[in-house]
Design a protein around this ligand. Structure first.
Ligand code: P6P
Length: 335
Protein backbone atom coordinates (compact mmCIF):
# COMPACT_ATOMS: atom_id res chain seq x y z
CA UNK A 1 0.00 0.00 0.00
CA UNK A 2 1.51 3.41 -0.93
CA UNK A 3 2.83 5.24 2.12
CA UNK A 4 0.46 8.00 3.26
CA UNK A 5 2.36 11.29 3.45
CA UNK A 6 0.71 13.13 6.32
CA UNK A 7 2.06 15.87 8.57
CA UNK A 8 3.21 15.42 12.16
CA UNK A 9 0.16 17.40 13.28
CA UNK A 10 -2.26 15.08 11.48
CA UNK A 11 -0.46 12.02 12.89
CA UNK A 12 -0.73 13.39 16.42
CA UNK A 13 -4.42 14.33 16.00
CA UNK A 14 -5.13 10.80 14.77
CA UNK A 15 -3.21 9.34 17.72
CA UNK A 16 -5.18 11.59 20.06
CA UNK A 17 -8.47 10.37 18.60
CA UNK A 18 -7.45 6.71 18.76
CA UNK A 19 -5.59 6.80 22.07
CA UNK A 20 -6.93 9.06 24.74
CA UNK A 21 -3.63 9.32 26.63
CA UNK A 22 -2.31 11.73 23.98
CA UNK A 23 -3.72 14.82 25.66
CA UNK A 24 -3.79 18.24 23.94
CA UNK A 25 -0.92 19.52 26.18
CA UNK A 26 1.16 16.46 25.27
CA UNK A 27 0.39 17.00 21.59
CA UNK A 28 1.47 20.65 21.95
CA UNK A 29 4.66 19.54 23.76
CA UNK A 30 5.64 17.18 20.94
CA UNK A 31 4.93 19.77 18.24
CA UNK A 32 6.99 22.37 20.13
CA UNK A 33 9.92 19.96 20.53
CA UNK A 34 9.68 19.02 16.83
CA UNK A 35 9.75 22.71 15.89
CA UNK A 36 12.77 23.24 18.16
CA UNK A 37 14.55 20.38 16.36
CA UNK A 38 13.97 22.16 13.03
CA UNK A 39 15.59 25.23 14.56
CA UNK A 40 18.54 23.17 15.85
CA UNK A 41 18.94 21.57 12.40
CA UNK A 42 19.40 25.05 10.88
CA UNK A 43 22.26 25.78 13.29
CA UNK A 44 23.82 22.32 12.83
CA UNK A 45 23.69 22.65 9.05
CA UNK A 46 25.50 26.02 9.08
CA UNK A 47 28.83 24.36 10.00
CA UNK A 48 31.80 26.61 9.27
CA UNK A 49 29.48 29.22 7.75
CA UNK A 50 28.07 30.06 11.16
CA UNK A 51 29.76 30.64 14.49
CA UNK A 52 28.57 27.21 15.69
CA UNK A 53 31.56 24.86 15.60
CA UNK A 54 34.21 24.29 18.21
CA UNK A 55 34.03 24.31 21.99
CA UNK A 56 33.09 26.78 24.68
CA UNK A 57 35.40 27.30 27.64
CA UNK A 58 32.91 25.46 29.89
CA UNK A 59 32.59 21.89 31.06
CA UNK A 60 29.25 20.36 32.07
CA UNK A 61 28.02 18.30 35.01
CA UNK A 62 29.29 15.23 33.13
CA UNK A 63 32.82 16.66 33.20
CA UNK A 64 32.78 17.03 29.39
CA UNK A 65 33.88 20.11 27.43
CA UNK A 66 30.70 21.82 26.17
CA UNK A 67 30.58 22.40 22.41
CA UNK A 68 29.02 25.63 21.10
CA UNK A 69 26.23 23.63 19.44
CA UNK A 70 25.48 21.83 22.73
CA UNK A 71 24.68 25.20 24.29
CA UNK A 72 22.75 26.47 21.25
CA UNK A 73 20.60 23.32 21.15
CA UNK A 74 20.00 23.48 24.91
CA UNK A 75 18.90 27.13 24.74
CA UNK A 76 16.62 26.48 21.75
CA UNK A 77 14.81 23.68 23.62
CA UNK A 78 14.44 25.73 26.83
CA UNK A 79 13.16 28.85 25.02
CA UNK A 80 10.77 26.84 22.84
CA UNK A 81 9.15 24.99 25.76
CA UNK A 82 9.16 27.36 28.72
CA UNK A 83 6.08 29.51 27.81
CA UNK A 84 3.55 26.94 26.55
CA UNK A 85 1.89 25.91 29.83
CA UNK A 86 2.43 22.19 29.08
CA UNK A 87 5.50 21.73 31.29
CA UNK A 88 6.32 21.96 34.98
CA UNK A 89 10.08 21.71 34.45
CA UNK A 90 12.88 20.50 32.19
CA UNK A 91 16.12 18.54 32.72
CA UNK A 92 19.07 18.45 30.36
CA UNK A 93 22.43 16.74 30.04
CA UNK A 94 23.86 20.26 29.84
CA UNK A 95 22.32 21.57 33.09
CA UNK A 96 23.39 20.55 36.61
CA UNK A 97 19.88 20.90 38.02
CA UNK A 98 16.32 21.05 36.69
CA UNK A 99 14.94 24.18 34.98
CA UNK A 100 11.58 24.99 36.60
CA UNK A 101 9.04 26.91 34.49
CA UNK A 102 9.07 30.44 35.99
CA UNK A 103 5.97 31.79 37.73
CA UNK A 104 5.26 34.26 34.88
CA UNK A 105 4.13 31.24 32.83
CA UNK A 106 1.46 28.64 33.65
CA UNK A 107 2.86 25.31 34.84
CA UNK A 108 1.70 22.09 33.17
CA UNK A 109 1.67 18.42 34.16
CA UNK A 110 4.59 17.23 32.01
CA UNK A 111 8.33 16.99 32.57
CA UNK A 112 10.67 17.19 29.58
CA UNK A 113 14.15 15.67 29.65
CA UNK A 114 16.68 15.89 26.84
CA UNK A 115 20.18 15.43 25.59
CA UNK A 116 20.11 18.52 23.39
CA UNK A 117 22.88 17.39 21.10
CA UNK A 118 24.08 13.81 21.38
CA UNK A 119 27.32 12.75 19.72
CA UNK A 120 29.14 16.03 20.25
CA UNK A 121 32.51 14.49 19.38
CA UNK A 122 31.18 14.20 15.81
CA UNK A 123 30.02 17.82 15.39
CA UNK A 124 33.25 19.27 13.99
CA UNK A 125 33.79 16.36 11.57
CA UNK A 126 30.35 16.46 9.95
CA UNK A 127 29.13 13.08 11.19
CA UNK A 128 25.46 12.56 12.14
CA UNK A 129 24.43 13.87 15.59
CA UNK A 130 21.06 14.21 17.23
CA UNK A 131 18.65 15.43 19.91
CA UNK A 132 17.10 12.89 22.31
CA UNK A 133 14.00 13.66 24.40
CA UNK A 134 11.84 11.95 26.99
CA UNK A 135 8.48 13.02 28.47
CA UNK A 136 7.24 12.11 31.95
CA UNK A 137 4.08 13.12 33.79
CA UNK A 138 4.53 15.00 37.06
CA UNK A 139 3.14 12.59 39.63
CA UNK A 140 1.34 13.97 42.66
CA UNK A 141 -0.51 17.25 42.56
CA UNK A 142 1.41 19.28 45.05
CA UNK A 143 2.33 22.75 43.80
CA UNK A 144 5.94 23.07 42.80
CA UNK A 145 8.33 20.61 41.24
CA UNK A 146 11.66 19.16 42.32
CA UNK A 147 14.35 16.84 41.01
CA UNK A 148 12.60 13.92 42.74
CA UNK A 149 9.67 14.30 40.33
CA UNK A 150 12.02 13.29 37.51
CA UNK A 151 13.24 10.11 39.23
CA UNK A 152 10.67 7.78 37.65
CA UNK A 153 11.31 4.43 35.96
CA UNK A 154 11.39 4.68 32.16
CA UNK A 155 8.20 2.63 31.85
CA UNK A 156 6.38 5.76 33.09
CA UNK A 157 7.29 7.77 29.99
CA UNK A 158 4.37 9.39 28.14
CA UNK A 159 6.42 9.89 24.98
CA UNK A 160 10.00 9.69 23.71
CA UNK A 161 11.90 10.42 20.55
CA UNK A 162 14.94 11.75 18.82
CA UNK A 163 15.90 13.87 15.85
CA UNK A 164 18.90 12.77 13.80
CA UNK A 165 20.74 15.51 11.90
CA UNK A 166 22.21 13.42 9.10
CA UNK A 167 21.88 13.13 5.30
CA UNK A 168 18.19 13.56 6.07
CA UNK A 169 16.81 15.35 9.11
CA UNK A 170 14.54 12.73 10.67
CA UNK A 171 12.29 12.78 13.72
CA UNK A 172 11.48 9.41 15.33
CA UNK A 173 8.69 9.33 17.90
CA UNK A 174 6.60 7.08 20.12
CA UNK A 175 3.60 8.05 22.25
CA UNK A 176 3.19 4.45 23.39
CA UNK A 177 1.46 3.13 20.29
CA UNK A 178 4.33 2.06 18.05
CA UNK A 179 7.14 4.07 16.45
CA UNK A 180 6.76 6.58 13.62
CA UNK A 181 9.39 8.34 11.52
CA UNK A 182 9.06 11.84 10.01
CA UNK A 183 11.40 13.37 7.44
CA UNK A 184 11.91 17.13 7.31
CA UNK A 185 10.63 18.53 4.01
CA UNK A 186 12.88 21.58 3.81
CA UNK A 187 10.87 23.15 0.97
CA UNK A 188 7.72 23.22 3.10
CA UNK A 189 9.60 23.43 6.42
CA UNK A 190 7.40 20.63 7.77
CA UNK A 191 7.73 17.11 9.16
CA UNK A 192 6.24 14.47 6.81
CA UNK A 193 5.36 10.93 7.93
CA UNK A 194 7.71 8.57 6.06
CA UNK A 195 7.41 5.38 8.14
CA UNK A 196 5.02 4.12 10.81
CA UNK A 197 4.74 0.93 12.88
CA UNK A 198 8.52 0.46 12.63
CA UNK A 199 9.66 -3.06 13.64
CA UNK A 200 13.17 -4.18 14.60
CA UNK A 201 14.00 -7.66 13.17
CA UNK A 202 14.43 -10.19 15.98
CA UNK A 203 17.67 -11.51 14.41
CA UNK A 204 20.70 -9.58 13.23
CA UNK A 205 24.29 -10.01 12.03
CA UNK A 206 25.36 -6.47 12.96
CA UNK A 207 26.69 -5.25 16.32
CA UNK A 208 27.64 -1.78 17.48
CA UNK A 209 30.21 -1.30 20.24
CA UNK A 210 33.41 0.70 20.77
CA UNK A 211 35.92 -2.14 20.25
CA UNK A 212 38.81 -0.07 21.63
CA UNK A 213 37.42 -0.79 25.12
CA UNK A 214 37.56 -4.57 24.64
CA UNK A 215 40.26 -5.24 27.25
CA UNK A 216 38.21 -3.36 29.89
CA UNK A 217 34.94 -5.30 29.56
CA UNK A 218 33.53 -7.87 31.98
CA UNK A 219 33.82 -11.52 30.86
CA UNK A 220 30.19 -11.93 29.61
CA UNK A 221 30.64 -9.03 27.18
CA UNK A 222 34.02 -10.36 26.07
CA UNK A 223 32.41 -13.78 25.47
CA UNK A 224 29.61 -12.33 23.36
CA UNK A 225 31.92 -10.23 21.17
CA UNK A 226 34.53 -13.00 20.82
CA UNK A 227 31.79 -15.33 19.56
CA UNK A 228 30.60 -12.71 17.05
CA UNK A 229 34.20 -12.25 15.82
CA UNK A 230 34.65 -16.04 15.47
CA UNK A 231 32.05 -15.89 12.68
CA UNK A 232 30.90 -18.97 10.72
CA UNK A 233 33.60 -21.19 12.21
CA UNK A 234 32.66 -20.19 15.74
CA UNK A 235 29.76 -21.05 18.08
CA UNK A 236 27.39 -18.59 16.36
CA UNK A 237 27.78 -20.30 12.97
CA UNK A 238 27.45 -17.00 11.11
CA UNK A 239 29.60 -13.98 10.26
CA UNK A 240 28.86 -10.62 11.87
CA UNK A 241 29.40 -7.04 10.70
CA UNK A 242 30.29 -4.11 12.99
CA UNK A 243 29.24 -0.45 12.97
CA UNK A 244 30.13 2.28 15.50
CA UNK A 245 29.19 5.89 14.72
CA UNK A 246 29.86 7.17 18.28
CA UNK A 247 26.53 9.00 18.10
CA UNK A 248 23.95 6.90 19.93
CA UNK A 249 21.17 8.54 17.89
CA UNK A 250 22.77 7.43 14.59
CA UNK A 251 23.45 3.88 15.83
CA UNK A 252 19.93 3.49 17.24
CA UNK A 253 18.42 4.93 14.05
CA UNK A 254 20.25 2.26 12.01
CA UNK A 255 18.96 -0.43 14.38
CA UNK A 256 15.36 0.84 14.09
CA UNK A 257 15.83 0.91 10.31
CA UNK A 258 17.42 -2.54 9.73
CA UNK A 259 18.07 -4.29 13.06
CA UNK A 260 21.26 -4.76 15.06
CA UNK A 261 22.48 -4.65 18.64
CA UNK A 262 23.99 -1.58 20.36
CA UNK A 263 26.11 -1.98 23.47
CA UNK A 264 27.81 0.45 25.81
CA UNK A 265 28.61 -1.82 28.78
CA UNK A 266 30.22 -1.29 32.14
CA UNK A 267 33.99 -1.43 31.99
CA UNK A 268 36.78 -1.50 34.55
CA UNK A 269 38.23 1.93 33.66
CA UNK A 270 35.81 3.56 36.13
CA UNK A 271 34.39 0.57 38.03
CA UNK A 272 32.10 2.73 40.22
CA UNK A 273 30.29 3.97 37.10
CA UNK A 274 27.66 1.48 35.83
CA UNK A 275 28.25 2.72 32.27
CA UNK A 276 28.88 5.82 30.15
CA UNK A 277 25.36 6.63 28.94
CA UNK A 278 22.80 8.53 30.98
CA UNK A 279 19.70 6.70 32.14
CA UNK A 280 17.04 9.42 32.19
CA UNK A 281 17.60 11.22 28.87
CA UNK A 282 19.55 8.71 26.73
CA UNK A 283 18.87 5.10 27.75
CA UNK A 284 15.21 5.48 28.81
CA UNK A 285 13.91 7.25 25.68
CA UNK A 286 15.88 4.93 23.40
CA UNK A 287 14.70 1.86 25.36
CA UNK A 288 11.06 3.03 25.04
CA UNK A 289 11.44 3.45 21.26
CA UNK A 290 13.24 0.10 20.85
CA UNK A 291 10.63 -1.82 22.88
CA UNK A 292 7.79 -0.09 21.01
CA UNK A 293 9.43 -1.36 17.79
CA UNK A 294 9.57 -4.96 19.12
CA UNK A 295 13.17 -4.91 20.35
CA UNK A 296 14.67 -5.29 23.84
CA UNK A 297 16.74 -3.02 26.09
CA UNK A 298 18.56 -4.12 29.25
CA UNK A 299 21.49 -3.02 31.39
CA UNK A 300 22.90 -6.57 31.16
CA UNK A 301 20.79 -7.74 34.10
CA UNK A 302 17.45 -5.91 34.05
CA UNK A 303 15.01 -4.24 31.67
CA UNK A 304 16.15 -0.61 31.40
CA UNK A 305 12.58 0.71 31.64
CA UNK A 306 12.18 -0.94 35.05
CA UNK A 307 15.24 0.69 36.62
CA UNK A 308 14.43 3.08 39.50
CA UNK A 309 16.62 6.20 39.07
CA UNK A 310 18.24 7.70 42.19
CA UNK A 311 20.03 10.67 40.59
CA UNK A 312 19.18 12.99 37.69
CA UNK A 313 22.39 12.33 35.77
CA UNK A 314 23.00 8.74 36.72
CA UNK A 315 24.60 6.46 34.17
CA UNK A 316 23.75 2.95 33.05
CA UNK A 317 25.04 0.09 30.92
CA UNK A 318 23.05 -0.18 27.70
CA UNK A 319 22.38 -3.26 25.57
CA UNK A 320 19.54 -2.71 23.11
CA UNK A 321 18.19 -3.75 19.73
CA UNK A 322 17.23 -7.05 18.07
CA UNK A 323 15.61 -9.16 20.78
CA UNK A 324 17.41 -12.45 20.09
CA UNK A 325 20.84 -10.85 20.51
CA UNK A 326 19.91 -8.71 23.53
CA UNK A 327 18.44 -11.80 25.19
CA UNK A 328 21.68 -13.74 24.52
CA UNK A 329 23.94 -11.01 25.98
CA UNK A 330 21.67 -10.69 29.02
CA UNK A 331 21.72 -14.48 29.54
CA UNK A 332 25.54 -14.45 29.40
CA UNK A 333 25.52 -11.85 32.18
CA UNK A 334 23.22 -14.07 34.28
CA UNK A 335 25.35 -17.20 33.78
P1 P6P B 1 32.76 6.71 22.74
C1 P6P B 1 28.27 10.46 22.56
O1 P6P B 1 29.23 11.19 23.29
C2 P6P B 1 27.80 9.31 23.42
O2 P6P B 1 27.23 9.79 24.59
C3 P6P B 1 26.84 8.44 22.63
O3 P6P B 1 26.08 9.16 21.74
C4 P6P B 1 27.73 7.46 21.92
O4 P6P B 1 27.11 6.21 21.66
C5 P6P B 1 28.90 7.30 22.90
O5 P6P B 1 28.91 8.46 23.73
C6 P6P B 1 30.22 7.18 22.18
O6 P6P B 1 31.21 6.95 23.18
O7 P6P B 1 33.42 6.27 24.03
O8 P6P B 1 32.76 5.65 21.68
O9 P6P B 1 33.23 8.05 22.23
Amino acid sequence: MPKRRISLTQYLVEQQREHGHLTPPLRLLIEVVARACKRIAISVNKGELGDVLGSTDQSNVQGEIVKKLDLIANEVLIEANVWGGHLAAMASEEMDSIHVVPDRYPQGEYLLLFDPLDGSSNIDVNVSIGTIFSVLRKVGHTRGVSEEDFLQPGRQQAAAGYCVYGPQTTLVLTVGNGVAMFTLDREQGSWVLTQEDIRIPEETKEFAINMSNLRHWAPPMRRYIDECLAGKEGPRGKDFNMRWVASMVADVHRILSRGGIFMYPWDQREPDKPGKLRLLYEANPMAFLVEQAGGMATNGQRRILDLQPTKLHERVSVILGSSQEVRRVTEYHAA
